[in-house]
Design a protein. Structure first.
Length: 303
């Protein structure tokens, strides 16, 4: 009996070892398969470029290789900034109707609403590194020339209606000077003087044939990228239900013809609070509102 003990023990031990190796091999194989699957779960695709496109009714020459690649660059950068695209889609539901109405009233093409996105992401308090402020990013020293009041109490660059009207005034002047809306939009970035200098130097006003500063080179294509993303959001995978969108806040207007020394009390007297008053009227910059004789302001409060 003793002579049989060792072989049987060796057999059992060998069997256990073999079984362990088989199990370990199967486990490692499954783990490797899982790892490989995880590594290939996320696949990145370049969004398909449109076959044709226009800005304000003016054809974008996508048949030119450099134009196509410049649009492709901006579309890639913005398409994969999904959080920003979704945010813009939400905000556009609130502000586009107001902007579209003012563009139409001023005789400016509707596509310029996408310029507003490129400038500020539709944020009233957006401020650039050089101090441009508001929906349309006006500088404090140039704003008064476009009928925007800017001081310690009032900053109409943050008012979507007033600032859109101001932008329209600029754009119509630029259009009359350069002859196209595309050139007018480009000059919004580099200035009419800057655009005119390059147009004279290069003997053309046609934006797509001009070599401009890098920021302006990219500017129109950034606007075009937002136009494509917003107009084709669902087809490009940006899915939002109506409940996801930011809707216009229901308000009523109060015409103020006399100075308001305490906006906190003004808010309370009109059924709201100071925070809400400032959110609905971001152009109010202090705790009081002086009103010159013969002038007035419209203040929004919740309906």
């Amino acid at each position: 009996m003793k002579t049989m003990t060792i072989p049987i023990f060796n057999f059992i031990a060998g069997f256990v070892i073999c079984l362990f190796i088989i199990i370990q091999f199967s486990f490692d194989k499954k783990r490797n398969e899982t790892t490989q699957k995880r590594e290939t779960t996320h696949q990145w695709y370049a969004p398909e470029l449109p076959e044709k496109m226009d800005f304000a009714g003016e054809v974008v020459p996508l048949n030119k290789w450099d134009i196509k690649e410049r649009l492709d660059r901006e579309l890639l950068f913005n398409y994969y900034s999904q959080n920003n695209v979704l945010f813009v889609l939400k905000m556009s539901n609130r502000y586009f109707p107001l902007i579209e109405e003012r563009l139409k009233a001023n005789g400016v093409p509707e596509d310029f609403k996408f310029l507003c996105i490129a400038e500020s992401n539709l944020l009233a308090n957006a401020t650039s590194r050089v101090g441009a402020v508001g929906f349309w990013q006006f500088m404090a020293d140039t704003a008064p020339a476009y009928n925007l009041e800017v001081n310690k109490q009032v900053d109409q660059r943050r008012d979507v209606i007033a600032s859109t009207d101001a932008a329209c005034k600029y754009l119509k002047t630029a259009y009359n000077k350069f002859g196209t809306w595309t050139a007018a939009a480009a000059s919004y970035n580099c200035g009419q003087g800057g655009y005119a200098t390059q147009a004279n130097l290069q003997k053309t006003k046609y934006y797509y044939d001009l070599l401009l500063p890098e920021e302006t080179n990219r500017y129109i294509f950034r606007i075009l990228a937002f136009k494509h993303l917003v107009e084709n959001a669902k087809d490009l995978g940006f899915i939002l239900d109506d409940q996801d969108l930011y809707h216009p806040v229901k308000t009523r207007k109060i015409n103020v013809k006399n100075p308001v020394n305490d906006l906190v009390q003004f808010a309370i007297d009109n059924g709201t609070n100071y925070k809400t008053l400032k959110l609905l009227n971001p152009w109010l910059r202090s705790n009081s509102l002086p009103v010159k004789t013969g002038t007035s302001y419209e203040i929004l409060v919740p309906e």
